[in-house]
Ligand binder design. Structure first.
Ligand code: SF4
Length: 261
């Protein structure tokens, strides 16, 4: 089916704090599941992050993140549901014995977090004030549970890593990320956080309304018990949905390309 997919290319023009950004995007012309749009959303997220990096560097500050640090790969990585299904696909496509090894890391991470009741605490976060929610995140950090994809201090799915991982860049000392707090970790400022927008895409009915994310370590278990019931839409429609949620404004149909009936 994928081979039959046709593609359509268009230009997106944005102005972010006065900085013009023009992107050429090639998207599926036929209706697809939102997972097929992830490479496009990743490309957009990278462009938005680069604007944040440029802004930091223009003031003489430096990004502290570097290969081999990976302190942030021991925290609860917030996934959009769409990303959880893609993570499950990535694991399912791995050859053996690698697939079994990665699955066993997911199992071990979940076992440790279940043992301290962390997932129950996450569920209760919806009823807690923001400060208390932060404590739940810190408990995860304290357990020192590595992401199942972390290998030799580097991400083994770097090209496919979630949007939240792409957006997590700091200017504070890298060492501070091992015991993060609002006071000691300075994330770079991003005018557009694609990860949060992606979490609201796909008309999710399953997630906790306040926390609204899936921790990466739950991706395999979650997708096993929640079959994918996303609608199929054209790439153009998914892009319009994304920017509608991002801007909270209606998005006009693309010129010379009216919506298909
Ligand atoms: S997906 Fe990659 S970058 Fe993200 S937490 Fe896991 S190892 Fe780190």
């Amino acid at each position: 089916m994928e081979k039959e997919t046709e593609w359509i290319t268009g230009q997106i023009r944005l102005s972010i704090d006065g900085t013009p950004l023009e992107m050429e995007m090639t998207v599926p012309a036929r209706p697809v599941k939102p997972q097929r749009m992830l490479p496009i959303f990743q490309q957009m997220a990278d462009s938005f992050v680069q604007i944040g990096i440029d802004a930091v560097q223009s003031t003489g500050r430096k990004i502290s993140c570097a290969k081999g640090c990976a302190a942030c790969c021991r925290q609860p990585v917030p996934l959009a549901e769409i990303e959880a299904y893609r993570i499950a696909e990535i694991v399912a496509e791995l050859p053996e014995p690698r697939r079994a090894a990665i699955k066993s890391r997911f199992d071990e991470a979940c076992r440790r977090l279940y043992a301290i009741g962390w997932f129950e605490k996450l569920d209760r976060c919806a009823h807690l004030p923001a400060g208390e929610r932060e404590k739940v995140v810190l408990e995860y950090f304290a357990e020192n549970v590595p992401c199942p994809f972390l290998e030799d201090g580097a991400c083994s799915i770097y090209a496919d890593r979630p949007l939240a991982c792409r957006e997590y860049l700091v200017t504070s000392p890298a060492a501070n990320c091992s015991a993060p707090s609002r006071e000691t970790v300075r994330l770079i400022e991003l005018r557009i956080r694609s990860a949060a927008t992606l979490r609201s895409l796909g008309d999710s009915r399953n997630l906790n309304a306040v926390v609204n994310f899936l921790p990466l370590v739950l991706a395999l278990k979650w997708t096993e018990v929640h079959p994918d019931d996303f609608p199929e839409k054209t790439g153009e429609q998914w892009m319009a949905d994304f920017f509608r949620k991002l801007t909270k404004n209606p998005i006009p149909a693309a010129k010379n390309n009216p919506p298909k009936s």
